[in-house]
Design a protein around this ligand. Structure first.
Ligand SMILES: C[S@@+](CC[C@H](N)C(=O)[O-])C[C@H]1O[C@@H](n2cnc3c(N)ncnc32)[C@H](O)[C@@H]1O
Length: 336
């Protein structure tokens, strides 16, 4: 059965979780597979990595010695959250692609210490993560209300509840880099639409640097990123009754110097045909053929300013970690 209205769980008063994915999410995966696996250069969008196992693998990636972005972004938050809380006066934090909200606590701590924190609104496609983090955060921050939105930030932003007061919309982890330039500006425009005159966007972006450092971050020695990459095939097997053998594919991560982005791909080890049974779709792979599973764009200050400007936003703060690896930008609606 398809639910057009939001489903609400029976939860304690401090917690409300609405789901907007029933029916439509399955369709979005099916549409993406039908579209992406019948292209001349096969491709799938990265949001489908994140079932519960994919989310756990991503958390392990964040701990890897090669994966500097999480540590760098956390370092910026630790150095600057107090200033951000005071400057914005935010009473609530909306977080897009919130995951396990590990770094978010640094920001919540600062808002709590400033005495302004009232509500946290995590938005993520992975239901278990939104629910778990709602439970954890309401017990960690007495008096905090959590309104979780299980949904796709490309399609469900209208379900983010109206603001209680000045808010920060956080989009951390460099997730904006997963979109190619045109879609990136579309997504940013949609996010900008969430901001009232007193609100701020706090966005994390990875910066252009030595390609060896970048490639190592996406191809770790322990093979956790490779397992994360192959996880999308397991999602397809389970959700659409496909018959991929993940071991038929090698993990590939390379830096594209022209576009200044990392590409993750899965390369077929042998010629074979797999069937996505729910779509009645045979998918042929030549030996060595690649399926692109993620791009992760790296930014320069100029590129970021251009993207923010195109979305009607203006930069308020540009913050980097002591090693200059990663940037957090605070921006606001342009004054017209
Ligand atoms: C790269 S992880 C970042 C997680 C966390 N924000 C961090 O900084 O560590 C991306 C997160 O965004 C979520 N996500 C990806 N695409 C999404 C979409 N279109 N709508 C909602 N959530 C999405 C994933 O489920 C995942 O939790």
């Amino acid at each position: 059965m398809e639910h057009s209205a939001a489903q609400q769980s029976l939860a304690p008063e401090a917690i409300r979780v609405d789901s907007h994915l029933d029916g439509t999410h399955g369709r979005s995966l099916a549409d993406d597979v039908l579209d992406g696996l019948t292209r001349p250069f096969k491709e799938l969008p990265p949001k489908h990595f994140y079932d519960a196992r994919g989310a756990q693998l991503f958390d392990r990636i964040c701990e890897l010695p090669e994966y500097y972005p999480t540590r760098a972004e956390r370092a910026i938050l630790e150095l600057r959250s107090q200033e951000l809380a005071q400057l914005t006066g935010a009473v609530e934090l909306v977080e897009l692609g919130s995951g396990t909200a590990a770094k978010t606590r640094v920001l919540l701590d600062a808002m709590h210490a400033a005495g302004t924190l009232e509500r946290y609104i995590p938005v993520d496609v992975t239901e278990s993560m939104v629910r778990d983090c709602a439970e954890e955060l309401t017990s960690e921050y007495p008096g905090l209300r959590v309104h979780g939105v299980i949904g796709d930030f490309e399609r469900h932003l209208e379900h983010v509840p109206p603001a209680l007061g000045p808010r920060i919309v956080a989009f951390l982890g460099g997730t904006i880099g997963n979109f190619p330039p045109g879609s990136r500006r579309r997504v940013l425009r949609q996010i900008a639409g969430l901001l009232g005159p007193e609100d701020y966007l706090l966005m994390g972006t990875d910066l252009v640097k030595d390609p060896r450092v970048l490639e190592a971050a996406y191809d770790d020695a322990q093979g956790v990123t490779a397992e994360f990459n192959r996880n999308v095939l397991r999602v397809l097997n389970r959700e659409l009754r496909a018959d991929f053998d993940p071991e038929d594919f090698d993990h590939v991560a390379l830096f594209d110097p022209h576009n200044e982005w990392i590409e993750m791909r899965l390369r077929a080890r042998r010629e074979h045909t797999t069937v996505v049974r729910d779509l009645d779709l045979p998918v042929h792979f030549d030996a060595g053929e690649e399926l692109r599973t993620e791009i992760s764009a790296k930014f320069t200050p100029e590129r970021l300013q251009g993207d923010l400007g195109a979305a009607g936003l203006e930069l308020v703060r540009w913050l980097t970690d002591p090693d200059g690896l990663f940037a957090l930008t605070l921006s606001q609606q342009q004054v017209r």
